[in-house]
Design a protein around this ligand. Sequence first.
Ligand code: ADP
Ligand code: G6P
Length: 469
Amino acid sequence: KSESRQHNPKAAFVVIANRLAVERITDDDGEPAWRTSPGGLVTALEPIMKSKEGAWVGWHGAPDETLEPFHHDGIDMVPVPLSAEEVEEFYEGMSNATLWPLYHDSVAFPEFHREWWDAYVAVNRRFADAAAEVAEEGGVVWVQDYQLQLVPQMLREQRPDLKIGFFLHIPFPPQELFQQLPWRREVLQGLAGADLVGFQVPGGAANFLRLVKDRLGYETRRGEFVRPDGTKGRAGAYPISIDSQGFQDLANDPATIARAQEIRDDLDAEIVFLGVDRLDYTKGLRQRIRAFGELFTSGELDPEKAVFLQIATPSRERVEEYKRLRDDIELLVGRINGDMGRIGRSPINYLHSGYPRQEMAALYRAADVMVVTPLRDGMNLVAKEYVACRGSGDGALVLSEFAGAARELKQAWLVNPYDINGMKQAIVDAGSAPAADKRRRMRALRKQVFTHDIDHWAETFLKDLGLEA
Ligand code: ADP
Ligand code: G6P
C-alpha cells in the first residue's frame, strides 16, 4: 500500500531514472493504486533501497500531472512531472528520436532539433534538482540511462558532497557517430560529472574515454579521467543482468509448467521458434521475419511442423519511426502467412502485446529455439531470461553478435543479423542440433547467467563507487 505520510525527507541512497519504479494499476476495489514495476533494476536495488532508506526519483508516466512524493513497499518514490510538450520534446524527441537511434549505430536516422535539446536540458535540470533536494549530506546517487546524461554534472555543481554514479543501459557509440551530435560537449561534460560512469561493455567505456580526451581535452589514464579542476572520475564496463534465480523459480512453478504445455498444445508444432522484443527498429525484426519467410518458402522449415512465434511489445507508439516499423512488420507477417499458411495454420504467430512475467517464463519454457537478433543492443535481457528458464538444460539460443549479451553468451549460435543467409543457417542449425550439443551449450550459458546475475551487477558497481553494502 502506498502512504504519502511516511515519506522520509532525506535519503542516503538515491536512484534517478526516467521511469519511476512503480506503475499505476486499478486495485481490487476499483481504486487507483501503484504496483512495483516488474523490471530487474527494481528487484536488484530493493534490498539496498530498504536498508539505506533509499529514494527513487523518476517520471510516473503521465503528462501534465504533479504528484507528491509517496512511500511504496519500503521505498520513497519522488515523482518528477513532465508537461505534454516535454513528453514530446524531451522523451519522444531528444531521448527517443535523437539519442536512441544515434547511440544504436544510427540504424534509424537521428533527428537533431534545437527545441528538443532545450527541453532535454530543462528536464535533466528538474531531475537533478529533485535528487539534490532528497539526497542527504554525503549520500550516494545513482543516475540511470541516456535520458539523463546531464544530471551527473548538474548534481556535482549543486552538491559536491555527493557520490555520483551513472550507468548507461544502451550502447555508447564510437567517436565517428557521436560527433554528429551538435551538443556533444555538453553531453560528455554531463556524464563526466559522475565519479563512476558505467557501460555495458568495455568498448563503450573506451569510446567514452577517448571522446573525453579528444573533445574535452581531459587527461585520461587507465580508465580514469581528470576534470579541469583536478578532480577525478572513472569509467568501466558493468554488464547488467537479470534475477536469474527468480526467473528459474518462476519457470519451475507448476502453474507456469502447465501454461507452457498449453502454449505448446495451442501452437500444435513439432518445433517452436520464439522472438520476444519491444517493437523497436534496433531489434532486427525486419531481417528476422524475412529470414523466417524465406525458410518457410524454401521448405527448409516445414510450415506444417514449425512455427515462429513473435511477441512484439508496444513501445514509443507516437514516435514516427516506431509507427513505420509496426506497419512494415505487420505487412511482412501478413504476406508470409497469406502465402504460406492454410486455414487454421499460420507459420508466423505474431502478437502485439505486453504480458505478465509468468507468461513470459511460460513462453521461454515452451520455445525450442529462442531467436534474438538485434542490429545493436546494449545488453538484451531477453536472451538471459531464456537461459535462466531452461532448467531442463535443453533449448537453443540464436543470438546477434551486436548485442552486449554476446560477449557473455558465447555458446549461443552467434549471428550477424545483416547477413540473412548466415542467420537462416544458424536458425536451421540451432533447430536441428543434436540434443547433446544443445545441452553442452546450455550448461555453459547457464553457468554464466547464474554466476553473473543482477545482484552481482549492482554490488560490483556500487562497490566500485565506494558504497559498502
Ligand atoms: P529493451 O530494454 O531494449 O526493451 P531487453 O531485452 O534488455 O530490451 O529487456 C526487455 C525486458 O522487457 C525483458 O525483461 C523482457 O522480459 C521484457 N519484455 C519484453 N517483451 C515483453 C512483453 N511482451 N511483455 C512483458 N514483458 C516483456
Ligand atoms: C530500454 C531503455 C530504458 C527504457 C526501456 C523502455 O530498456 O534502456 O531506459 O526505460 O527501454 O522504454 P520506455 O521508453 O518505455 O521507457
